[in-house]
Ligand binder design. Structure first.
Ligand code: NAD
Length: 491
């Protein structure tokens, strides 16, 4: 179903906020020609970025590799000082970064400010982690040797990021790479490159050496990865994005046996039991569903609600979703921004139509808005069939798809019936039940009675086809280190 803008009123951008965003873009000093970057709320071209070819990408490899040799010899304290200074500049420029995130990616400004703090937190975390290099001393069981372990930088790291969190996905990789003593090539998504460009520029002003972090923007990402991941100076690739692209990169990485970290797609189950606190469950579901307009890898994709609480839960959720205010993220009252592009609008329409054709009840929304901009209303579908597409694929948009269940065993079996395993959520006031179900879920992350489990201190990552490796926390640093040992003869 498509509505006109008159039928579904949109909140327009606040002119003062728009001016701030455009001033920040003008300050980036971008080329007049190149790859166009658009505002998803208006469809308007807002900037151009350089389109780097293969020769340019290999030049970036050469520069980063040279700068990395000196950086690997810096002390942990020197690296920590640079990261602390970078954190301070990110916080000082939080408003500029947030406006830029909203203008190129669309999320409401309040959420963009949240992303700036979340993204900056990784830089602070790894500034603190950098001065705690780990190593140990071990005795060989049969005597005769002492074993000393130490960590060395893994080597030049290629960091490929998606469009949905343009700051946080970049800092979550760059900060641990630098803390561990590595140089980095960052390839942001061409849909949202501006925030990464500003963040790295702030890093340079904070003291990151000139060539150490290279931002490469290119319209040919496959030519980039074919050339760069086969270059012998590169030792590591860290990717956040979809599972199909992740598979391609794993294959490319096999040529030179690169270290890999893969943060891939999700299909998160969110389970609400009869003994859940209704208000907490509704709040948590809204957060897990609508954060980032539903365009989050840990977004609640399949909402399973137990029969006894289902009617009350669906009523309460419907009321909250009907009150969502759709519009430009630069609008004062907006609570839901645009989706990223027209393809996403069409995908939301197709998923809704297919779900209804399979018997789902459309309770709220279900409507796209005619352009300009790419808008889809907050939507609630009840009694979704497990056979419908929406129950099997990553939605990546503002549609809450509710399925009902009767027993705990049934909920766990249905939740685990997917090749993905990134995040899951459990709502129950019984500690035993919540922990037992969390244990049984085949996911790397479980939110218990909460909808936003992300945190710089947590080892974020998936199991099954949602990825390999962890980001954030001490485990995130290990992804950029090689463990070595010296075996010392002992008489
Ligand atoms: P995508 O896979 O299409 O693109 C991600 C990045 O990879 C972009 O920079 C893109 O330009 C680049 N890319 C695409 N093909 C490439 C190739 N052959 N070689 C090198 N680079 C290539 O994903 P997207 O649409 O930008 O992001 C959405 C996806 O990301 C969703 O599946 C979501 O679940 C996932 N995601 C996962 C996490 C996580 O932490 N697990 C976090 C955010 C997003």
């Amino acid at each position: 179903m498509t509505l006109t803008a008159q039928q579904l009123p949109l909140i327009a951008a606040d002119p003062a906020r728009l001016r701030t965003a455009d001033r920040v873009i003008a300050g980036l000093g971008l080329p007049a020609d190149g790859i166009a970057v658009h505002d998803p709320a208006t469809g308007e071209r807002i900037a151009s970025i350089a389109d780097v070819d293969v020769a340019g990408s290999l030049d970036a490899v050469a520069r980063a590799d040279a700068a990395g040799r000196s950086w690997a010899r810096t002390t942990p304290r020197q690296r920590a000082d640079v990261l602390h200074a970078w954190y301070a500049l990110l916080v000082e420029h939080a408003d500029d970064l947030a406006h830029l995130i909203t203008r190129e990616m669309g999320k409401p400004l309040a959420e963009a400010r949240g992303e700036v703090q979340y993204g900056a937190d990784f830089v602070r975390w790894y500034a603190e982690e950098a001065v705690r290099p780990r190593g140990d001393w071990r005795e060989s069981p049969s005597g005769g040797s002492q074993i000393v372990t130490r960590r060395s930088p893994v080597g030049l790291s290629v960091l490929i990021t998606p469009w949905n969190f343009p700051l946080a996905m970049a800092t979550r990789k760059i900060a641990p790479a630098l803390a561990a003593g590595n140089a980095a090539i960052v390839k942001p998504a061409t849909l949202t490159p501006l925030t990464t460009i500003l963040a790295v520029e702030l890093g340079r002003r904070a003291g990151i050496p000139e060539d150490l972090v290279q931002v490469v923007t290119t319209s040919s990402s496959s030519a980039f990865s074919e050339a760069v991941l086969r270059d012998e100076r590169v030792r590591k690739v860290s990717f956040t994005g979809s599972t199909p692209v992740g598979r391609t990169l794993l294959e490319l990485a096999s040529a030179n046996v690169l270290r890999t970290s893969m943060e891939l797609g999700g299909n998160a189950p969110l389970i609400v039991f009869d003994d859940a606190d209704l208000e907490r469950a509704v709040e948590g579901t809204l957060a897990a569903k609508l954060r980032n307009g539903g365009q989050s890898c840990i977004g609640a994709n399949r909402i399973y609600v137990q029969d006894g609480i289902a009617d009350a839960f669906v009523e309460a959720l419907a009321e909250r979703l009907a009150a969502v205010r759709l519009g430009s993220g630069l609008g004062e009252d907006t609570t839901l921004g645009p989706v990223i592009d027209d393809r996403a609008v069409r995908s939301m329409q197709a998923l809704t139509e297919d779900a209804v054709a399979h018997g789902a009840e459309l309770r709220v929304g279900g409507t796209a808005v005619d352009g300009p901009g790419h808008f889809f209303a907050a939507t609630l579908l009840d009694r979704v069939s497990p056979e419908s597409q929406i129950a099997q694929t990553e939605i990546f948009g503002p549609i809450a798809a509710v399925q009902r269940f009767s027993t705990q065993e049934e909920a766990i079996a249905r939740a685990n019936n997917t090749e993905f395993g990134l995040a899951g959520y459990v709502f129950s006031e019984s500690l035993d039940r919540a922990l037992n179900v969390a244990d049984a879920l085949e996911t790397g992350i479980v939110g218990i009675n909460q909808g936003v489990p992300s945190n710089a201190a947590a080892p974020f990552g998936g199991v099954k086809q949602s990825g390999v490796g962890r980001e954030g926390s001490a485990e995130g640093l290990e992804e950029y280190e090689s463990i070595r040992y010296f075996s010392i003869a002992r008489r």
